[in-house]
Design a protein around this ligand. Structure first.
Ligand code: AMP
Length: 362
């Protein structure tokens, strides 16, 4: 049960955010600029977000006493991380306006549910089938064909729990490597571009989109985002229309990142949804009038949404692991804006920061 009446919360209010990563950190910085306080709830001490906020609760996502005290200390609740238990979102939504609503998290945190939802609202995705057991994989591969991609249905990000099924891939080995008890088999998309669109939708149903951007991955992790995407306008317009349609159908309040594949004949297929600020939107901090983080705060607090106009072209590069050691050289570069997340240890594959390189608007 939700107690959300669609009210707005002005500067001075306290925003509760579940998750303590860099997305929460950058959201809290944007909130502070608008005069809000942020209270983070996450299981880890000294998280990137907790370093910059007014208050942090360090507790497990199913610790009801801690969740209740957190809800009582904040005016509204949001997320920077969607893989929290349904029961946690429901529990909080009964105590404080929780945006986006638990239903949105429920859909976005499981790939099968997400694709079923997209199909139900006539949004094109790649072909897919549920795979519940090792034996089911054989049948699914017969149906979908090779190459295809087996993914764990839940907790998938940055390519974790993903196995490509090629002509010679052993299926029982692939099932074991995927490592979950529920999977989804997707047809392999021979894409020319990976793109994303970030859409914001307010409590009054108004929405804004950022221009379509192009994403390049390395080792399954986002490496570079190029804004704007170098694609014909009909393709980018289609991507933006699809994204608005999804936000509308979800009755979203907040931010939604829509990741899509573009094929050689200009088809746009949705791959994944993330109902929160997204790595492919970091360029907006330096390249747009309103950053995705400020837009997120505006949307969940019921404020007027800001202009998403791009004032510069931008290339955002993630600084993964030891790449962040080059901070001194980056600072010396004209047109480069450096962002570091305050993580002490540079483990391989860990996102330590990003740099956005700006150039005059094309
Ligand atoms: P995901 O975790 O679903 O975002 O997948 C991570 C990356 O794997 C994507 O950004 C693509 O580069 C690749 N990938 C995922 N699904 C497919 C697919 N069905 N066909 C081709 N490439 C894919």
């Amino acid at each position: 049960m939700s107690i959300d009446q669609g009210q707005s919360f002005g500067p001075g209010a306290t925003i509760g955010i579940l998750g303590g990563g860099q997305l929460g950190r950058m959201a809290a910085l944007a909130a502070a600029r608008l005069g809000y306080r942020t209270h983070i709830f996450c299981p880890e001490a000294n998280s990137p977000a907790s370093q910059v906020v007014a208050a942090t609760t360090v507790a497990a996502y199913d610790d009801q006493a801690a969740l209740r005290a957190f809800a009582e200390a904040v005016d509204l609740v949001s997320f920077e991380f969607e893989n929290i238990p349904d029961s946690t979102a429901e529990f909080l939504a009964a105590l404080r306006p929780t945006r986006p609503a638990p239903r949105v998290l429920h859909i976005a945190q499981e790939r099968l549910r997400e694709k079923d939802f997209l199909t139900s609202i006539e949004v094109p995705t790649t072909r897919y089938m549920e795979v519940a057991r090792a034996e089911g994989l054989e049948r699914a591969v017969r149906e979908i064909g090779r190459p295809s991609v087996l993914k764990s249905a839940r907790f998938g990000y940055d390519g974790k729990g993903q196995v490509r099924i090629d002509a010679d891939t052993d299926l029982s080995e692939a099932w074991t490597r995927m490592g979950a008890d529920l999977g989804i088999l997707e047809g392999f998309v021979d894409f020319t571009h990976e793109i994303s669109v970030i859409v914001a939708r307010g409590v009054d149903g108004t929405s804004t989109v950022y221009e379509t951007v192009e994403n390049k991955h390395r080792n399954h992790i986002l490496d570079v985002t190029i804004a704007p995407a170098r694609l014909p306008q009909p393709v980018t317009m289609k991507a933006e229309a699809i994204s608005r349609h999804i936000a509308e159908a979800l009755d979203l309040v907040g931010l939604l990142a829509v990741e899509m594949f573009v094929t050689g004949n200009g088809e746009v297929l949705v791959n994944e949804l993330a109902p929160r600020p997204h790595n492919s939107g970091h360029w907006t901090i330096d390249g747009c009038v309103t950053s995705q983080f400020e837009q997120f705060i505006r949307a969940i607090c019921g404020l007027p949404l800001g202009s998403t106009e791009r004032h510069s072209d931008a290339v955002m590069k993630n600084l993964i692991g030891e790449e962040a050691d080059g901070w001194r050289e980056i600072l010396a570069e004209p047109g480069a804006k450096l962002h570091l997340y305050g993580k002490a240890e540079a483990r391989p594959g860990r996102k330590m920061g990003h740099v956005t390189r700006l150039s005059p608007k094309s």
